[in-house]
Design a protein around this ligand. Structure first.
Ligand code: NAD
Length: 439
């Protein structure tokens, strides 16, 4: 099948390479010229396990092509996926749809033969209808339909998720579109049980409802963790006790420094905003969002308390900057709030992360110089001379470090475990002071 994907980000590039891997002829377009030039030279612009070989082998096989021309992408395909960013636009939580609408305007005059335009980006209810109108205004004779096919992949395991999806949601009332998308997705699973057809509006809402539910679970367990701190219980024990109930389950029930990333924060806010437009409050989701903002600073408060309220001049190592392991994505990463807060209290910061360092230091901008924040490639370098060490992302390589070595190179022996990865008993036995979340 001839497929185009507009937007070469975490979703678009993975989707394009995965479709190509199933034998489709795929064009992937982006307005970012440097990104496309790099991809043509074999440079993958993001860190995503398994993506590089997937892109490489499909480029070599002649099934995956890159272009900066959305027009060419539109001419090429019978299915055009719009997978551009939809970041939070303003203060009211509404996502910015400018990139999506621009992509729709770019392709409209070049639609050639019956084409399914697919909103893959996460977009509010009613967006498929808005894209339909944009195309109709510019190309009244075009033969097309707009479907909604929200993406559920997780960064860090995006290739695996896309290749073996839990489910594929297709929102379309058009039989031809349903048939084309069914044929396109068929090779991704043996049976059709995991392919759900529904209306575009239901599909759009399904994505937000799923993310909001997962975000609410995280905020729920973080709230329980903070109560554990207050009453002297251990949230790890409580979590295991709760999660073993089959109705509850263990997934997404891990306390920590809050959720981040390009999806949960923006999607919860967008859902709250949609509800507000309809005179509703979605108060569980609003609470999840509020709890999450506060949660990002729980660890900072623990660090401050440890040093009697004053951390000015203290050297603090921060392990983990990405919003979660196995990605270089730092959008809304809790580490951003933590680092900014510690720095503004006068702490000297030594940061490390296996992949997200450059993105993170860019995002900090001027504060890097203003506050003298240093990035270290090696985690032990970051810990050298530190009065305290804060773990913010549970990368595998941080789970079982050489604590003996840490004890020797750190100036103080205070560990703040924002992901409950380490054992208090073990560390206290080695002479460290240990602080986790809700333990
Ligand atoms: N990242 C995730 O884990 C994830 C998961 C599920 C859904 N989503 C959703 O998928 C969408 C894309 O997310 P992402 O993380 O891949 O975004 P991204 O920011 O990584 O990539 C978006 C790309 O779109 C390009 N772009 C913007 N306007 C364009 C235009 N007019 N024409 C061509 N290219 C254009 C940008 O240059 C960029 O490369 C968002 O709506 C997001 O909410 C993301």
């Amino acid at each position: 099948m001839k497929v185009s994907v507009i937007g070469t980000g975490y979703v678009g590039l993975v989707a394009a390479a995965a479709f190509a891997d199933h034998g489709n002829d795929v064009v992937c377009a982006d307005i970012d010229e440097a990104k496309i030039a790099g991809l043509k030279d074999g440079i993958i612009p993001i860190y995503e396990p398994g993506l590089e070989p997937l892109v490489k082998r499909n480029v070599e096989a002649g099934r995956l092509h890159f272009t900066t021309s959305n027009a060419d992408a539109a001419k090429h395909a019978e299915v055009v996926f719009l997978a551009v960013g939809t970041p939070t636009g303003g203060t009211d939580g509404a996502p910015k749809l400018d990139y999506l609408f621009q992509a729709a305007r770019d392709i409209a005059p070049h639609i050639d033969g019956f084409t399914v335009v697919v909103n893959k980006s996460t977009v509010p209810v009613g967006t498929a209808e808005r894209v339909t109108r944009i195309i109709a205004d510019l190309a009244p004779d075009a033969d097309y339909t707009v479907a909604s096919n929200p993406e559920f992949l997780k960064e860090g395991v995006a290739v695996q998720d896309f290749m073996h999806p839990d489910r594929v949601i297709v929102g379309s009332d058009d039989e031809r579109a349903r048939d084309i998308l069914q044929r396109l997705y068929q090779p991704f699973f043996r049976t059709n049980e995991r392919l759900f057809f529904m209306s575009p509006r239901s599909a759009e809402l399904t994505k937000y409802a799923a993310n909001a539910y997962l975000a609410a679970r995280i905020s729920f367990i973080n709230d329980v963790a903070n109560l554990c701190d207050a009453v002297g219980a251990d949230v790890e024990e409580v979590r295991r006790g709760m999660g073993s109930d089959a109705r509850i389950g263990n997934k997404f029930l891990y306390p920590g420094v809050g959720y981040g990333g390009s999806c949960f924060p923006k999607d919860t806010r967008a859902l709250i905003r949609t509800a507000r437009e309809h005179g509703m409050s979605m108060s569980i989701v609003a609470s999840a969002d509020r709890i999450n903002e506060a949660q990002k600073l729980v660890l900072v408060r623990k660090v401050r308390n440890h040093f009697g309220g004053d951390i000015a001049g203290k050297t603090i190592a921060v392990w983990g900057l990405a919003f979660k392991p196995n990605t270089d994505d730092i959008r809304e990463a809790p580490a951003l709030s933590i680092v900014r807060s510690l720095a503004s209290d006068g702490a000297k910061l030594r940061l490390t992360d296996p992949e997200a360092g450059p993105n993170f230091m860019n995002a900090l901008g001027d504060s890097v110089e203003n506050f003298g924040i240093e990035f270290c490639k090696d985690p032990y370098d970051a810990a050298k001379g530190a009065d305290a060490l804060v773990l913010t992302t549970e990368w595998r390589q941080f789970r079982s470090p050489d604590f003996g070595r840490l004890g020797e190179i750190m100036a103080g022996k205070a560990l703040f475990d924002g992901r409950n990865q380490w054992s208090r008993e073990h560390l206290e036995g080695l002479g460290f002071s240990y602080s986790g979340i809700g333990r």
